[in-house]
Write a protein that binds this ligand. Sequence first.
Ligand SMILES: [Zn+2]
Length: 94
Amino acid sequence: MLIPCPHCGTRPVEEFTFLGDASVTRPTTNDPSSMEQWFDYVYLRNNPRGRFEEFAHHSGGCRAWLVVTRNTETHEVYGAVTARDHARAKGAKA
Ligand SMILES: [Zn+2]
């Protein structure tokens, strides 16, 4: 599998460390009433079939945090953006 790093170009998957679902949103408060939101954020993950966004660290390259979009069935990679750009785009949608 090849990953299109925005800084380094297309690189082999062995250079990346994957750290899970990029679609979850961190709760914005530490209020005790938000404990259920924190539990969901920390422990609960979906195991989707198909298109999936996940965090990846280019640990064998530029060391940038990325969000890689791929298909979990076919392993086709649709693209990768920096985690910062992904967060900004996600914030713009909210
Ligand atoms: Zn890179």
